[in-house]
Design a protein. Structure first.
Length: 397
């Protein structure tokens, strides 16, 4: 029996690790991933400020897997009728059971000029590109001689104030301060909804907004981007923003291998009798009818139900299967805003050092649990070196 897991992100890696332990020995298990590395994507914005972070958040999958075979390749299509997966290199993989965990891509919504002129933040190369572009803005506008630079300030626009937009805006604001150009380079965060972090609890939104304001990020809500060219972004009310760098974190669409769609699955995470799907690749409406937010947190938590159902279906192999149903329960939310952080646990919102320490602890635990103690220790060491709040907390213990 051949079991394929497509995508080695949060969802795919977590499912694979569970299937390694639970599938019968006779089954072959293969994880297919285009990069061959697991990206700790929820920390990707950190690599914009600190390129060394790349080593900590990119973990070779071969280092983590025990029993599963790793197939490095780009999936170009999943044919559920013939139960085959096609790869960009021309190969075709057959499957008896498949888990689709390919994640999502950045959505540009066909807004004229946005895809052509903005840089998204989804992959390591995007973080490097955003850093390069920011350095160019600093070089142009960061002159100490005020006479050389009196005409206008440099403007860096981040479009979309979800989890990634808020966090990258925070990093850029700190970079501007660290390079002592905060007066001459402004960070503008645009959001079409009336609040930052749309869809999140109100207290979390309020605390996030306060942290952004404290970092001097110019937050503009109710600002829908309608067009962009190489110099100007147009907003729905007709306002025009002249920019020097444009980062786009405005939303997600389905993976190209899924035709750009994010099909809906319910609590059993089943696309059909032999194909399961989870993570950002799909829109999940859980067993209680709750839409589940696209997040690393949900991707990891759904993996238990997906693995259980694959094993149940594979064991029954065509017979009756009583599938488990997933109920999404949010463990809370944790984001960084520059060197600050916001955590919501139940009704309690935390900021500052406690939230920061929690965020570091979650990242370190995640890496350690996924078999990469080396990377977990790397993050811990970095926290200590950088006198991060977690390091401070540890030193006090
Ligand atoms: C900057 C940033 C900050 C974020 N912060 C948070 C946060 O604080 N909290 C939170 O919960 N979420 C956060 N998120 C969202 C979170 O990262 C995603 O929701 C999460 O990565 C989804 O997990 P996934 O496993 O579905 O997909 P991914 O993690 O995207 O994994 C998909 C995997 O599939 C591979 N792949 C993609 N296409 C193909 C293909 N065609 N063929 C083969 N392999 C392929 C990819 O290389 C990747 O390994 C953040 C995202 C960003 C970008």
């Amino acid at each position: 029996m051949d079991v394929l897991v497509l995508g080695g992100g949060y969802a795919g890696l977590t499912v694979t690790r569970k299937l390694e332990r639970r599938l019968p020995a006779s089954a072959t298990l293969t994880l297919v991933d285009d990069t061959g590395s697991h990206l700790v994507q929820h920390e990707l914005h950190r690599a914009v400020r600190d390129p060394d972070y790349v080593d900590e958040i990119s973990v070779p999958l071969a280092e983590i897997l025990d029993r599963a075979a790793l197939r490095e390749g780009e999936v170009t299509g999943v044919d559920r009728e013939s139960r085959t997966v096609s790869l960009a290199d021309g190969d075709t993989l057959d499957y008896d059971y498949c888990v689709v965990a390919l994640g999502a891509e950045t959505a540009f919504y066909d807004v004229p000029g946005v895809e052509a002129h903005a840089t998204p933040l989804k992959r390591l190369e995007h973080a490097a590109e955003i850093r390069r572009e920011f350095e160019a803005v600093v070089d142009e506008f960061g002159h100490e001689d005020p006479v050389a630079n009196t005409e206008r300030t440099g403007t860096v626009v981040v479009g979309g104030a979800g989890l990634s937009g808020v966090q990258v805006a925070g990093e850029l604001a700190v970079m501007a301060r660290e390079r002592e150009v905060a007066e001459s380079v402004e960070i503008v965060l645009l959001e079409q909804e009336e609040t930052v972090a749309p869809g999140f609890p109100e207290q979390f939104q309020t605390a996030t907004r306060e942290r952004l304001d404290a970092q001097n990020v110019d937050v503009r809500t109710g600002a829908t981007v309608t067009a962009a060219d190489e110099a100007t972004i147009t907003v729905a009310d007709g306002a025009a923003i002249d920019y020097d760098q444009f980062v786009w974190t405005g939303g997600i669409r389905g993976n190209g291998a899924m035709g750009g769609e994010r099909p809906q699955v319910r609590g059993d995470l089943r696309l059909d009798e032999r194909t399961f799907a989870l993570g950002d690749a799909v829109r999940i409406v859980d067993a209680d009818g709750e839409p589940v937010p696209a997040s690393a947190s949900a991707a990891v938590r759904a993996a238990e139900t997906a693995a259980r159902n694959v094993v149940a279906a594979a064991t029954a192999d065509g017979g009756f299967v009583d599938l488990a149903q997933w109920h999404w329960e949010s463990p809370g939310w944790l984001i960084s805003v520059g060197d600050d952080a916001v955590a919501q646990i139940g009704p309690t919102v935390l900021t500052g050092s406690t939230a920061n320490a929690l965020k570091s602890a979650v990242g370190i635990t995640y890496l350690a649990e996924h078999g990469s103690l080396r990377h977990a220790l790397g993050v811990l060491r970095k926290e200590m070196d950088d006198t991060g709040e977690f390091g401070e907390l540890l030193k006090r213990l």
